[in-house]
Design a protein around this ligand. Sequence first.
Ligand code: ZN
Length: 216
Amino acid sequence: MEHSYSDVLACGGQLAMGEELPFCPEAEASLRCLMRGNAQYLERSHNPTELTDHIRLTTAHEGQHPYAAVLCCADSRVPPEHIFSAGIGDLFVIRNAGNVMSPTALGSLEYAAAHLHVSLILIMAHRGCGAVVAALQKHPEHGALGELIAEVRVGVGHAHDPRQAERNNLLHSLEALGESEVLRDLADRGKLAFAGAVYDIRSGAVELLLPEGSAE
Ligand SMILES: [Zn+2]
């Protein structure tokens, strides 16, 4: 990878908070851990994490200390624990169709950052997202699903190409993080950082978000 993880975090911070944030070494370590897990997933095609009584009992007694919070799509092909070779207690995960930054998603991320002290929030879109396709198509959905797709449509903006639409929707969710004073305060004190990514449901690879115009 040509770009450093600090570039990814600088990009995420700029998108989320609209300003240059102090460097957060813990977030860089968390991002490194996630991407090492993704590399393992690509090599082995299975999750090497042990799901044992010992881990369940330890986390039950001592509490949870996840190293990152992840907001991603509810799509059944996008399981974050497998993608990042993570186990019980490792990731604080929020999922909904289209990785929408709803008030409940944002509140959950505030909980992860303020109370569980995660140093990294990763927003992960994915290729072939049905929610984004539904937002691009103009036929109406009803009920709560209609409201959800309307939210994704705002994120998609004027894009017509599905890849651009997925990227726009991802950027929109990242930008919505800036509405949180809780997250902004932690980020301004160098205790929290942000990153965006797109997961490829065919290859299994996670591509981190870099400033537009950067070499891929
Ligand atoms: Zn999706």
